[in-house]
Write a protein that binds this ligand. Structure first.
Ligand code: GLP
Length: 241
């Protein structure tokens, strides 16, 4: 893993956006794997700014999102489809029919998982996957204990994850209990991975990622075995290493 330690959230967001912009310019037909959560918001803002100022085009780019809640309508502000439209897609020249997010409201979520995994394969897989990390080491919504070889599947969210994400919902009871997520095996098939980590709350996770053993009890640890991972971490998150 290549580790890049930067000053703060803003610097992380700029460095991440610069890397993504370079890749998009080199390969305008790139397939990006995208993440949600608080961490990549600043990166997406920088992509938008660059698109407006320098004209980087996403006209031929495809995107596959990591995950989506089950049981939330697409138009609900807490759905990840809504997040992606609001924080990125509505502000760049991407063709929305080239943007894929698991359908958390599909009639048959199990079939949706198979469909999503296949559609990823049909489109040639992810070239560059952007990832955040949960405090318990989850990537996408792959909670501790998930098989390293898992494909897109349905997960029950850990109580700690529901609590962490409850800041976006009126009440903790409103946070969905299940989600669809790309599996760890799916994520590991990406050609390249960019992991973004910011803030004091992630210190333990950074320490365990960089110094702990590779074990299913800490999903992100498998990234140590991927041949092309860049981790951009800010000072606050890297304080224990
Ligand atoms: C969520 C998302 C993950 C994200 C993680 C961290 O549960 N499903 O993809 O990486 O939490 O979120 P944040 O960036 O808000 O800390």
């Amino acid at each position: 893993m290549k580790l890049k330690v930067v000053e703060d959230y803003q610097a992380m967001s700029r460095a991440a956006a610069d890397l993504i912009i370079d890749k998009v310019r080199m390969n305008p037909e790139i397939t990006l794997g995208l993440a949600t959560g608080g961490t990549p918001k600043g990166t997406y803002q920088n992509l938008i700014k660059d698109h407006q100022l320098n004209g980087t085009s996403y006209g031929s780019v495809k995107t596959f999102n990591l995950d989506e809640y089950i049981g939330i309508p697409i138009r609900d502000p807490n759905s990840y489809r809504y997040y992606m439209n609001t924080y990125l897609f509505d502000h760049i020249d991407i063709d929305k029919s080239n943007t894929f997010v698991p359908r958390g409201n599909a009639e048959n979520p199990t079939e949706e998982c198979v469909r999503y995994e296949n559609s990823l394969l049909v489109h040639g897989g992810v070239d560059l996957q952007i990832l955040g990390i949960g405090r318990n080491g989850h990537i996408g919504f792959n909670e501790p204990g998930t098989s390293f070889s898992s494909k897109t599947h349905i997960v029950s969210l850990a109580q700690t994850t529901r609590e962490a994400n409850s800041r976006y919902f009126p009440r903790i009871e409103d946070v969905p209990k299940q989600a669809i997520t790309m599996g760890i095996g799916t994520i590991m098939k990406s050609n390249e991975i960019l992991l973004l980590i910011s803030g004091e709350r992630k210190q333990e996770a950074v320490k365990r990622l960089l110094t702990g053993e590779v074990h299913e009890s800490f999903p992100a640890s498998i990234l140590n075995q991927h041949p092309n991972v860049t981790v951009i971490v800010d000072h606050a998150a890297s304080a224990l290493i």
